[in-house]
Design a protein around this ligand. Sequence first.
Ligand code: UT7
Length: 323
Amino acid sequence: MIRAVVRGIGHYLPQRVVTNQDFEKTLDTSDEWIRTRTGICQRHFASDGEKTSDMAVSAAREAIETSGVSPNDIDLIVLATSTPDQTFPSTATKVQAELGMCQGFAFDIQAVCAGFIYALANANALLTARQARRALVIGAETFSHILDMRDRSTCILFGDGAGAVLLEAQDQAGGRQDRGILSSEIRSDGRHRHLLYVDGGVSTTQTSGFIRMNGPEIFRHAVEKLAESSAMAMQKAGLTRKDVDLMVPHQANLRIIHATAKRLGFPHEKIITTVDKHGNTSAASIPLALYDAQKCGKLREGQIVISNAIGGGLTWGSIALRW
Ligand code: UT7
């Protein structure tokens, strides 16, 4: 059977680092509050003129390089973002052109913080259906542009960045030892869309708007839904919690990550966290965490990984894969 196997990974973080202490200068907040409630110590913000596509291209180039393929060996780009360069065309087509790719197809996915899970699930479906052979799956965001810097309950949470993985369709035996994506579970429930949204848009205000969030309600949904969908992805892949080597979750809040892991029965040493360094980079957070985990030697070929994420919509989901 065909599996979508990870061949390479890349990342990009803007140079500008904003610390919690920087927010103390302009807001009624403290480093202590931010650290204890979220686990965040700092985040990166894009510089003036630095666009989502610029970050996506940098991450994609590194993923291509580490894969040892050339851009024209790639025939699919799925780019998850809620902060595209323009309303249209898609940021994915811009990345395609910047990489010098003149074949295949490219499109954006908008599932907010669950975007990378949605993108992986969709790329996996296209690769296993033989619609493409190699896919760049990218999460890239400039959330700093949609933050209301006077709203202390949201602006301290988010950061900018991009991550990318290169997936290749490979023939595998179809067993549990296969590398690649083993299962996916994606969900949404639009009844909860008022809990996390942007108060602008083309057909409403003709502005891009700012993030608004009911944090405690999102927190409650997050732990329940992330644990449930991860358990479902594991079940679909025939895995028990003991088979899982690492949980690489969306990085929104350390307390959410730990509470989810506790429900799933994963000890802290199996959890990858980057929220302290990156904040919540929405669709970019999982590939950035995968990159970090691989770089520091915690994520190695052959290991079983569970990733999960939840975002505005609500949208949520989980992926089980063998790295
Ligand atoms: O990635 C997409 C999904 N998003 C998430 O997963 C985020 C989920 N939610 C959360 O992470 C948490 O709910 C937050 C970090 C956003 C908030 O933490 P919390 O423990 O739920 O705090 P809270 O909203 O209940 O606020 C507690 C208090 C409030 O003051 P009062 O009403 O108790 O006097 C807030 O006004 O903390 C206050 N507060 C702050 N204080 C200092 C809110 N933001 C801040 C701040 N600094 N930045």
